[in-house]
Design a protein around this ligand. Structure first.
Ligand code: SAM
Length: 232
């Protein structure tokens, strides 16, 4: 029986690919790619060759069982790569992993690039406990989700598009209060990597002047317990 190998790919800097990721891509019977053009470009830049097959949010439901059977019948491995970062993190992966586990197929996850961890650890907020919210819902459920952070004591990490950052900052000011600490992390591992740290009100004022651009991770300080804020 073969196995499924989850292969993280760079989020902006080619140097972040690991040796193990390269070997897993080259030696795979098939590389399932969220976008075969993107993964094809990456392989070309790395001077590698692999057999690609599309596996994305529009066909993952239909394909998962067939892929599991193919892995079960093989003696090698199938690799899964998304456009950037770790498969399964706000990217396809979970359905296939669950189907493999249910069928008794081994799943191996290689450690590697992802946006949420560097953003969290450099935010300056506690990282001993945190919640990852993925993309904040655009419409339905957005208010409920953000308002649930009011009493969330753990550090909160979320992905947000630059087009909605101003909206999100306004919502945090309104629903969590202007003094809630935040860190907006832009363009991790790229030329214009930037960390904006401050209160929600400060960051809202800053980004009212400066247009948000690039890929973003938003980190929100956890709610202080009443006893703790009294002590401070
Ligand atoms: N699988 C990826 C991971 O492991 O982080 C996430 C994929 S998700 C479709 C893309 C989102 O991740 C972006 O909209 C942004 O919020 C975040 N992201 C990805 N690369 C980033 C980077 N270089 N800097 C900041 N955020 C990034």
């Amino acid at each position: 029986m073969g196995k499924l190998v989850l292969v993280p790919t760079p989020i902006g800097n080619l140097g972040d690919i690991t040796d193990r990721a390269k070997i897993a891509l080259v030696e795979a019977e098939i590389v399932l790619a969220e976008d075969t053009r993107t993964t094809g470009k990456l392989l070309k830049l790395l001077g590698l060759e692999a057999k690609l097959r599309a596996y994305h949010m529009h066909n993952e439901h239909a394909q998962a069982d067939g892929i599991v059977r193919m892995i079960a019948d093989s003696s090698g491995h199938v690799a899964l790569a998304s456009d950037a970062g770790t498969p399964g993190i706000s990217d396809p992966g979970f359905l296939l992993v669950r189907a493999c586990i249910q069928a008794g197929v081994v799943v191996e996850a290689l450690p590697g690039p992802t946006a949420l961890i560097p953003a969290l650890v450099a935010s300056g907020f506690p990282c001993d406990r945190f919640v990852f919210e993925g993309f904040v819902p655009q419409k339905k459920g957005r208010q409920t989700r953000i308002q649930s952070w009011r009493s969330e004591a753990r550090t909160i990490v979320a992905y947000e598009s630059p087009h909605r950052l101003r909206k999100l900052l306004g919502e945090v000011v309104e629903w969590l209060g202007p003094d809630r600490g935040m860190c907006v992390v832009r363009e991790l591992s790229k030329l214009h990597e930037t960390y904006h740290r401050g209160t929600a009100a400060e960051l809202a004022a800053y980004f009212a002047e400066v247009e948000p651009r690039g890929e973003l991770v938003v980190v929100v300080e956890g709610a202080k317990s009443p006893a703790k804020s009294d002590e401070e």
